[in-house]
Design a protein around this ligand. Structure first.
Ligand code: ADP
Ligand code: TRP
Length: 324
């Protein structure tokens, strides 16, 4: 049996990139009978960049509703809010004392954020240590993440082995990152990587009219309607291909190459495809967003299960550290 674990920060509403790049593949992995999955909302991590409590509450609900909308089975798996399980912060403190400062100074995510945003709170600096705690608390074997998280996983392994070596124990399981290289980076409406921070994302749960408006904003070149177009360099076509069947993609390619088919037509087709492909998740998302009690019940069930595992790990750690 493999234990799968991953977390998503509640620093915004999940977008198409998060869903296709992280949430959907993780849910697929969780469906394999031999796997047991631990998925959580990294709301403590979101505090490194988001201060507004009301917003965090809303984003946390949106992230939770998205996982549930895409069919996460909370009976088989464990799904919770990081902030509700205090063992995360407790273990993070212990691990801080086993983390060489230069290792954190070398973290590319920290250096990037420092350069781009100019923010440098200590939470951001020790972000990878809290992430290590998230992973080690649950004896995770496999951590599915995006390429940008590779270094954080290496740090987790380093911290865990240094702890294990020091106490001659195997308290911590060394996790492996699962980085799906085939999963391409989903482009945003401007052609850069889709990201909250670039404000170029598609929120697939928007009401129909608003969703249509965003899709109409997708960047395209100025080739006139009558002329043939290159599908491979077009963002609308790329997004369409990610969601459509092979036959639909082949037909769309034909349309582009034939000419007489405008970007407006392609965008309308993409909009309709999204409504079709995401009909059920959109409905489920609305249900959970409109029924906070149902959403809360799901999260509380996960919280109880997560605490059971986390408290056992913490007990082992306290024992070797002399805190018991
Ligand atoms: P954002 O860039 O919007 O802040 P995050 O960094 O919070 O997104 O990413 C959360 C998860 O979604 C990560 O696993 C990340 O790899 C995945 N992800 C984010 N953007 C994309 C994208 N454009 N294409 C594929 N996966 C993505
Ligand atoms: N740092 C991850 C991201 O930004 C989120 C995260 C926090 C995480 N804790 C984790 C991912 C533990 C995997 C495992 O995407």
């Amino acid at each position: 049996m493999a234990r799968i674990l991953t977390g998503i920060q509640s620093s915004g509403r999940p977008h198409l990139g998060n869903i296709l790049g992280a949430i959907r593949p993780a849910i697929e992995l969780s469906r394999e009978p031999q796997n047991e999955s631990f998925f959580f909302i990294a709301d403590l991590h979101s505090l490194t960049s988001l201060r507004d409590g009301q917003q965090r509450r809303e984003y946390t609900r949106a992230v939770a509703a998205t996982w549930l909308a895409f069919g996460l089975d909370t009976e088989k798996n464990t799904f919770w809010r990081q902030s509700r399980v205090p063992e995360h912060t407790e273990l993070a403190w212990y691990l801080n004392c086993f983390t060489p400062k230069p290792m954190l100074e070398n973290a590319t995510s920290y250096k990037d954020k420092m350069e781009k945003l100019g923010i440098a709170n200590t939470g951001l600096f020790t972000y990878p240590v809290l992430q290590a705690a998230d992973i080690l608390l649950y004896d995770a074997n496999i951590v599915p993440v995006g390429k940008d998280q590779k270094q954080h996983l290496e740090m987790t392994r380093d911290i865990a082995s240094s702890f294990n070596r020091q106490y001659e124990t195997d308290i911590f399981v060394l996790p492996d990152a699962r980085i799906d290289e085939r999963l391409m980076t989903i482009p945003g409406i401007d052609g850069q990587k889709m990201s909250k921070s670039y404000n170029n994302y598609i929120d697939i749960f928007l009401p129909e009219k608003e969703l249509n408006k965003v899709i109409k904003k997708i960047l395209s070149d100025s080739t006139p309607l009558e002329e043939p177009k290159n599908p491979d360099s077009d963002i609308t076509f790329q997004l369409f291909s990610l969601l459509a069947s092979e036959t639909q993609v082949a037909e769309m390619r034909e349309n582009y190459l034939r000419g007489g088919y405008g970007y407006g037509h392609a965008k309308k087709a993409l909009y309709e495809l999204m409504l079709d492909v995401f009909a059920e998740p959109r409905q489920r998302y609305d249900y959970f967003m409109n029924n906070p009690d149902a959403l809360e019940a799901e999260l509380q069930r996960g919280e109880t299960k997560a605490r059971e595992v986390a408290s056992q790990t913490i007990a082992r750690v306290r024992e070797v550290l002399g805190f018991s």
